[in-house]
Ligand binder design. Structure first.
Ligand code: G4P
Length: 527
């Protein structure tokens, strides 16, 4: 197979959802239907159970487990599917955002009882920023959920994306009879089964007006379905694959993951319509996947694999060319060549050493501290990949060193933890104050623990009253200098040396924005 054929058969995606909507279940069922695993129960949940929700040690343990399910690759109908897992706990939302930079599309899971929940809204925002194509799966139809039309309206309103149902439920909860696929005009009857895949329950109905429908679902439901289908075709424009691929419309499926229901349709439609790897931009130019030379970027680092050896795995998304093991690659930030002899590929549950990888694939490289999130590897070309932004943290705390003899260890530890993306570090221009910013409280416990156990450094965190870190810029150099001069007490640098305005309150930020109309303020590091 040549490079172009390899690219054309790759589909790399992630599942986004609010915790408990059924992500682990759906992941497992996709692997089951995809033939990658043989039995249910093989996929470990990365969900943080309630009793562990505030126990960072337990969470670290679970993060350890989730390394093996970080990337699940499997072959299905001649295609190579890469499913990237995303952390369930909201405190690790940054990890999820970054993982979304490495996929070409997403499946968005929604619980039909709860509708659109907050975490889904946040993740969808990231997808919208990148125009990532989205397929929606409305789950748990075996429960008494909300009216399907209402759910579709809610998705459009809360997630600012148009929808197009490609399947339609017949009843719900106790009266759930099945789903009619508008994608391929098939009727699927529902028999709850957590273990069995019932192929016999698929009935092809070329004409929805045929009386066969009555035979299977009864007169009342049949008429209801016909009315619904007519209404849907009247309200929603025909499904347009190009609009989907541009991230403008989300096709919607209904089903029940735990009962193996609707998953096959989702998977089959996914392989038909989901995009293959697309071109990506570096600071210098657009890189096409089919270019001969390898390029890729680091979107995730998992450390702490073995605390005695401090080794880490860097996850690289291949963007162009072919990755070969034992070849030297150019590390753009350090401007030097690195050699990786033990690249790992991820196939379902197993990690295996690989010799080559293609665009869309994720490889794991063992690293001793050279790589950090956002790093680009090439065959010599300069120019970092764009599109791996940092978002303003929500909680800020000042770092206080508790052992003056260990300040070097503290510096090193902090630097390496930030490289991994555990949190963000801001250093004030005035003085040497360092501030750690995170999305959730848990990271502070994680950082403190890891600094002590891995680097021998002890520190304390002092709470700070900060609202947001704002990256800023201006076309007017004079005004920019004036702003920096006037607000120098509140200006810090992020991990890449970019200037950041540390806003104390929302009101104050609004006032500053009014007073400095030539300055643009942003809550993400890339704009
Ligand atoms: P998550 O990864 O998104 O957090 O969700 P997960 O798959 O762990 O599913 C959350 C709960 O929802 C699980 O129940 C799971 O069995 C259930 N679930 C998933 N899909 C469906 C569905 O289609 N219908 C119904 N009724 N439930 C579904 P649990 O009680 O938390 O765990 P378990 O004891 O059942 O494993």
């Amino acid at each position: 197979m040549n490079l172009v054929e390899e690219i054309q058969r790759r589909k790399t995606f992630g599942i986004i959802s609010h915790p408990d909507a059924g992500k682990t279940t759906l992941t497992e069922k996709l692997l089951l239907f995809g033939g990658a695993i043989k039995t249910a129960g093989a996929v470990k949940s990365n969900k943080i159970t309630q009793h562990a929700a505030s126990d960072f040690m337990e969470i670290e343990k679970q993060r350890g487990i989730s390394v093996s399910t970080s990337v699940m690759g499997f072959d299905y109908k001649g295609l190579k599917i890469n499913l990237l897992d995303t952390p369930g706990h909201q405190d690790f939302a940054e990890d999820t955002y970054r993982t979304l930079t490495a996929v070409d599309s997403v499946v968005m899971l929604i619980d039909c009882v709860k509708g659109v929940e907050i975490q889904t809204e946040k993740l969808m925002e990231v997808c919208r920023m990148r125009s990532t194509p989205v397929i929606s799966f409305i789950n748990k139809l075996d429960r008494e959920g909300r009216d399907p039309y209402e759910l579709l309206d809610e998705i459009e309103e809360k997630l600012s994306i148009k929808v197009r149902p490609l399947s339609w439920p017949i009843g719900m909860g106790k009266s759930f009879k099945g789903v009619y696929s508008l994608f391929n005009n098939k009727l699927m009857l529902f028999t709850p089964s957590k273990t069995k895949i019932n192929i016999d329950d698929y009935i092809e109905i070329a004409d929805i007006n045929s009386t066969i429908l009555e035979k299977y679902i009864g007169e009342k439901a049949a008429q209801h379905l016909r009315d619904d289908v007519e209404l849907i075709n009247g309200i929603y424009p025909e499904f347009d694959i190009e609009e989907y691929r541009a991230g403008k419309v989300a096709p919607v499926f209904f089903g029940s993951a735990v009962n193996n229901f609707g998953v096959q349709e989702l998977l089959d439609c996914f392989i038909d319509i989901a995009p293959v790897p697309k071109p990506r931009h570096t600071e210098l130019r657009e890189i096409l996947p089919e270019e001969n030379k390898f390029t890729g970027f680091v979107f995730k680092i998992h450390a702490n694999m073995d605390p005695r050896h401090r080794n880490r795995i860097a996850f690289i998304r291949v963007c162009s060319g072919m990755f070969e093991r034992k070849k030297n690659y150019f590390h753009v930030r350090h401007e030097k060549n690195l050699r990786f002899s033990n690249a790992t590929a991820f196939m379902a549950q197993n990690k295996e050493t690989i010799d080559e990888a293609f665009p869309g694939d994720i490889i794991g490289l063992y690293d001793t501290g050279n790589l950090k999130i956002g790093d680009t590897l090439t065959e010599g070309e300069k120019g970092m990949f764009k599109g791996i932004p940092s978002f303003s943290p929500e909680i800020f705390k000042e770092v206080e060193n508790l052992d003056a003899m260990k300040s070097k260890q503290l510096d090193k530890g902090l630097r390496q933890l930030m490289d991994e993306g555990v949190a963000q570090l801001f250093t004030f221009e005035l003085g040497t104050r360092r501030v750690v910013g995170t999305v959730g409280q848990l990271q502070f416990d994680v950082i403190q623990h890891r600094l002590q156990h891995e680097y021998g450094a002890t520190c304390r965190f002092r709470a700070m009253n900060l609202f947001k870190a704002c990256w800023f810029a201006s076309k007017n150099k004079k005004k920019l200098d004036e702003f920096i001069k006037s607000k120098y007490r509140h200006i810090a640098r992020d991990k890449d040396g970019k200037l950041v305005f540390m806003a104390e309150t929302k009101q104050w930020l609004m006032m500053v924005q009014e007073n400095f109309p030539d300055i643009e303020f942003h809550f993400t590091s890339e704009f």
